[in-house]
Write a protein that binds this ligand. Structure first.
Ligand SMILES: [Zn+2]
Length: 389
């Protein structure tokens, strides 16, 4: 009979694979696939089209629709330049905490979910349980959508998905969507004493950034409605975090690069914002080209993140509340893969052990207490699925 590992042993195994997003996650996926298969769990593997990475979808229990899907990402952020007290790729216990890269974000949850799958394989479930593991979450929520597409139809459709990002086991039902652009303003260099004959990429870029400021002021002045009111801030925020341009104080800048991002409330359609932004780009560009036709603005959409819209009495929320006893309503400002599950027809909520503030940090850890609370969550879930509720 196949060996049954404890959640801690599974977490130790997972943390031991240094699955930084830029590197392969295949050794981890191979291990999970092998472990689950040994226990008789059916596994579907989704291969990345060009990189040595894979996602995984597994099913246990009766071949009927309505499964509970537990989902987590397998990639972690780098440890480069971080000061760690112990080896980040080895789970080390100190002061009631498990240290290691990913213990909180989110191999701790992954380990608990894998444990539950193997456990479920030795039980008589009335309602199926599924597991979805993704790649490339940390570099722009890239891996969920291809996995969801590829896994579609391989197993009976699940009803709801719990995405186990660290929420301290609170039930999070909403987060903003996002879009980001790389902006390259192309100017025309002349001496600044005759600046009007040239086009300053920096000063034209500044007009676009002023537009962003105006949009934020407009959002702030508006009375929030519906679910938007729960967010902080309750409007779509436009932000420029990085800018670079120009070569000298007395030359109109030839180039200016910046990254502009939108964090949209559920009440706003990100595509409407994309259109407003692109219209403004074209308006400013036309004025630049009146001075120098070779000037212009190139924009490249660098990422797009699905939002999680709070559901009216959603199945995922109801289940997660039942498992945790949390009856508060929580929305968060960071993005997760939950929005992609919602987009693919699942009810979705975010709920997992650990504190998001510890994610990505040196000496990342999960407290034993949170990890055990996560284990209790899984045990309750298994009992619940056994009774077919
Ligand atoms: Zn995460």
């Amino acid at each position: 009979m196949a060996e049954r590992l404890t959640p801690l042993e599974i977490m130790e195994k997972l943390v031991g694979f240094p699955t930084v997003s830029r590197d392969t996650n295949l050794p981890l996926i191979d291990w999970v696939e092998g472990y689950l298969t040994e226990h008789g769990v059916e596994v579907f593997r989704h291969e990345h089209p060009d990189e040595p990475k894979a996602g995984l979808w597994a099913h246990v229990g009766p071949k009927v629709e309505g499964a509970v899907v537990l989902s987590g990402h397998t990639d972690v952020v780098p440890v480069d330049g971080q000061d760690w007290t112990s080896d980040p790729w080895t789970v080390t216990e100190r002061d009631g905490k498990y240290f290691g890269r990913g213990c909180t974000d989110m191999k701790g949850f992954d380990a608990l979910a894998i444990w539950a799958m193997a456990e479920a394989a030795h039980m008589d479930l009335e309602r199926p349980l599924q597991l979805a593991l993704t790649y490339d979450e940390e570099i722009g929520l890239i891996g969920a959508d291809p996995l969801l597409r590829d896994a579609e139809g391989r197993f009976p459709k699940g009803e709801l998905a719990i995405i186990g990002e660290p929420t301290g086991l609170q039930v999070v039902t909403g987060h903003k969507s996002g879009i980001g652009y790389d902006v390259h303003v192309r100017g025309y260099e002349v001496h600044s004493s005759i600046a009007y004959k040239g086009v300053s990429a920096v000063m034209e870029g500044a007009r676009l950034i002023m537009w962003a400021n105006a949009m934020n002021a407009e959002g702030m002045a508006k009375e929030p409605t519906g679910v938007d009111a729960a967010f902080d801030p309750p409007w779509t925020n436009v932000h420029v975090g990085v800018i670079e341009g120009g070569t000298a104080h007395n030359i109109t800048a030839k180039d200016c690069h910046f990254v502009l991002t939108f964090r949209c409330v559920p009440g706003d359609d990100p595509e409407d914002w994309a259109k407003r932004f692109e219209d403004e780009v074209r308006r400013i560009e036309a004025e630049m080209q009146k001075i120098r036709p070779e000037a212009g603005i190139d924009i490249d959409r660098r990422f797009e993140a699905a939002g999680l819209t709070p559901e009216e009495d959603g199945a995922a929320e109801r289940l997660a509340r039942l498992m945790t006893g949390d009856n508060g309503s929580h929305v968060v400002s960071y993005g997760t893969e939950a929005g992609y599950f919602q987009r693919h027809g699942f009810s979705a909520a975010v709920c997992g052990p650990g504190d998001i503030a510890l994610a990505h940090q040196p000496d990342e850890y999960i407290t034993k207490e949170q990890f055990e609370a996560g284990h209790a969550f899984m045990r309750r879930l298994l009992d619940h699925l056994k009774e077919g509720q």
